[in-house]
Design a binder for this molecule. Structure first.
Ligand code: PLP
Length: 379
């Protein structure tokens, strides 16, 4: 079986993890945590970064820092990994789901704009209110789905007009750029994941970045049990034990050293597939704006025979997976506000499937994937 996307551990992972084990610094103290945060921030060109146990906890804390409270609403795209919506729920808030654009699979900004102008208003204190429910909309979470990015200049202008802070769920978009700027550095806060299937992995892990050093200080405080004093057990608010341990940060440092290689590899794989699958059957691709350089994290194609092709690939030793089920189709989010004209989310979900794209995939395996897909259409 050619796997979908595996972690690539060919750098200094062993060396750095061994250093943790040899010195006994495996847990919450040790130099790799600081080093990982500093080097990650330097890579993206931001003031600082706070490492956490996973991408979901990064989103949870970031929404709290942006002021999301119980019973608030948070605008987000209808197509994402479920963690984005769950983070909203953890705070007692509810998502407002916005349908996606047919070609980029990112939040549809026309829909967003019409929703804001007709269904919402700014109150006397400049808070955004959803008219029908009188509930406060306290933030917008943009998700850079599959490493692609929407027209961020337009999104940020809209959010500025409606006084909405912007959280970037860049879990899938590490290394992607919009107008030369990295995903995660464009909004108020950016979040990343280092789960096993992401472009770089620490087994499990996440990161919060921001240009606002105050915000980062608070993120560190909240994710380390809100301890005020390092000697006594004085905690000044309800905090979380969300910190990334040293042994995983060691993996992170080693992975980050290889990120440029991973990006080059993902982009080469995408080029290869686009060249070779371009005119096969009715295969289509996710499209990006000229201003976007995607990290090509998880190569995904569309076809009207999605289910048949998926089954065919999986029985012919080529691992393939469908795209995320839209949030409005999951039981816990099916009764939430879903803004759409003709449910593009459902259509994309019905046609999209991901194909093998590990950063260390062999050329011969890439050829086998293409060959197998062609044989599906040619019978
Ligand atoms: C992976 C992912 C997350 C969650 O990250 P974890 O590290 O698995 O908690 C959040 N949002 C998106 C869009 C993701 O793809």
């Amino acid at each position: 079986m050619i796997p979908l996307s595996l972690p690539n551990l060919n750098g200094k992972e062993w060396e750095y993890v061994k250093e943790c084990l040899d010195t006994g610094w495996i847990s919450t103290a040790g130099s790799f945590v600081d080093r990982f945060e500093t080097e990650f921030a330097n890579y993206l060109g931001v003031d600082g970064a706070v490492s956490v146990v996973n991408g979901t906890s990064a989103l949870h804390i970031s929404l709290q820092l942006l002021g999301v409270k119980n019973n608030d609403l948070v605008i987000m795209p209808n197509v994402t990994f479920v963690a984005s919506a769950n983070a909203v729920s953890y705070l007692g808030a509810d998502p407002i789901l916005i349908d996606i654009d047919q070609s980029s699979w990112q939040m549809d900004l026309d829909l967003l704009e019409s929703f804001l102008s007709t269904d919402c208003k700014l109150d006397k204190s400049d808070s955004l209110i959803h008219k029908e429910t009188s509930r406060k909309i306290s933030a917008l979470m943009i998700v850079h789905v599959q490493g692609n990015i929407c027209d961020m200049d337009r999104l940020l202008a809209i959010c500025n007009d409606y006084n909405l802070p912007v959280l970037e769920d860049a879990a899938e978009a590490l290394g992607s750029k919009y107008k030369g700027k990295y995903a995660g550095t464009l909004g108020n806060i950016g979040c990343f994941s280092f789960n096993g299937n992401k472009i770089m992995s620490t087994g499990g892990g996440g990161m919060i970045i921001s240009h606002n050093s105050d915000c980062l200080k608070k993120a560190k405080h909240l994710t380390t049990t809100a301890k005020r004093d390092s000697l006594t057990y004085f905690h000044d608010e309800v905090g979380y034990n969300y910190r990334l341990v040293n042994v995983l940060a060691a993996l992170g440092v080693a992975q980050l050293e290889q990120l440029d290689t991973f990006l080059a590899s993902k982009r080469n794989i995408a080029l290869f597939y686009k060249d070779n699958l371009n005119s096969v059957g009715d295969i289509g691709f996710q499209l990006a704006l000229d201003s976007v350089e995607s990290n090509e994290w998880l190569f995904t194609i569309t076809t009207s025979s999605m289910q048949e092709l998926l089954d065919y690939l999986n029985t012919n030793e080529v691992m393939s997976r469908p795209f995320w089920i839209p949030m409005n189709q999951l039981p816990m989010y099916s009764n939430k506000i879903y803004i759409n004209f003709n449910d593009v989310s459902a259509n994309v979900h019905k046609t999209a499937l991901s194909i093998p794209c590990s950063t260390n995939i062999l050329e011969s395996d890439l050829e086998k994937v293409v060959h197998t897909i062609k044989s599906f259409y040619e019978g």
